[in-house]
Design a binder for this molecule. Structure first.
Ligand code: CP
Length: 307
């Protein structure tokens, strides 16, 4: 049976830990595993801009012995001229996996439905599960563990990063707090899924409008842009709505003294995070950016070798 990674909970909590542990091992031994030797190709489809995802998957596929095939969707037949189903039926004859950055989560789900090779969500409007693997790896590297830690996501609770933190965070046994204006709640299904999973893993979920309540004693403080890709026309309204939800040095002072700060990047200093936080000693954002490479290599190895 082909395994896909459409969203964070397409793997079990035990498999998530296995992938993170392997990512840390592959970071120390970058060329020791070559499941794409041949070379086999991996299609990297982009409907939206990217720096980290494009580079980390391209470098990672090559390091696994494979051939990365970067495709701008706008320059392909996908979309206006050819359906997702037909694209899947063609790509899976030639590539070992399909990685897609797109808008609707339903696009990913449809590609996975028709593909006989693994489909990986490299960001949709609803989830950013590859980023969460890298963030969890970074937390484990800095803190020695993930289970039992408290993570505070500050900002747009309706974003793909907030949804993925809820689901992947509790899968890792973390206590996940989301501070967001009440008009920007997480996806209801992601919220209820996180509550269900937390009962099995010992994690917990709290969604609040109070940033101080969320940050108090947190081991990890996270934010993301207030204007996600595709929301550029809403910049003025969103900037006003999220005033008071910036991660500042004052907010970081409420967190645990050893707390780390994470941001999936790109960051907008002076908006969702102040420069003295992202460029300060508690910031682990560059480690997390690098870990996209290692975590995705471990994910590809898992999907390509797990029966
Ligand atoms: N964090 C992230 O996905 O970065 P890119 O948009 O540059 O790929």
């Amino acid at each position: 049976m082909v395994r896909h990674f459409r969203r964070d909970d397409d793997i079990s909590p035990a498999e998530q830990q296995q992938i993170i542990d392997r990512a840390i091992a592959m970071k120390a031994d970058p060329y020791g595993l070559t499941p794409l030797a041949g070379p086999k190709s991996v299609a990297l489809l982009f409907d939206k801009p990217s720096t980290r995802t494009r580079v980390s998957f391209s470098v990672g596929v090559a390091a696994l012995g494979g051939n990365p095939l970067v495709i701008q969707s706008s320059e392909s037949q996908l979309g206006a001229k050819e359906s997702i189903a037909d694209t899947a039926r063609v790509l899976d004859r030639m590539v070992a996996a399909i990685v897609w950055r797109t808008f609707a989560q339903s696009n990913i789900d449809e590609m996975a439905e028709y593909s006989t090779v693994p489909v990986i969500n490299s960001l949709s409007d609803d989830f950013h599960p590859c980023q969460l693997l890298a963030d969890l790896q970074t937390i484990q590297e800095h803190k020695g563990k993930t289970a039992g830690l408290t993570v505070a996501f500050i900002g747009d609770g309706s974003s793909n990063m907030a949804n993925s933190y809820l689901v992947a965070g509790v899968m890792a046994g973390m206590h996940v707090r989301v501070a967001t204006p009440t008009a920007y709640p997480p996806l209801a299904e992601a919220h209820s899924t996180a509550i269900r999973i937390s009962a099995e893993t010992g994690g917990s979920v709290r969604v609040t409008a109070d940033v101080a309540e969320a940050a108090q004693g947190a081991d990890v403080v996270v934010t993301d842009t207030w204007i996600s890709m595709g929301q550029e026309a809403e910049k003025a309204r969103r900037t006003a709505d999220f005033a008071g939800y910036a991660v500042t040095a004052d907010l970081m002072s409420l967190a645990s003294p050893g707390a780390i700060f994470l941001h999936c990047l790109p960051a907008f200093r002076g908006y969702e995070v102040d420069a003295d936080v992202i460029d300060g000693p508690q910031s682990a954002v560059w480690d997390a950016a690098e870990n996209r490479l290692h975590a995705q290599k471990a994910l590809l190895h898992f999907l390509l070798t797990t029966p």
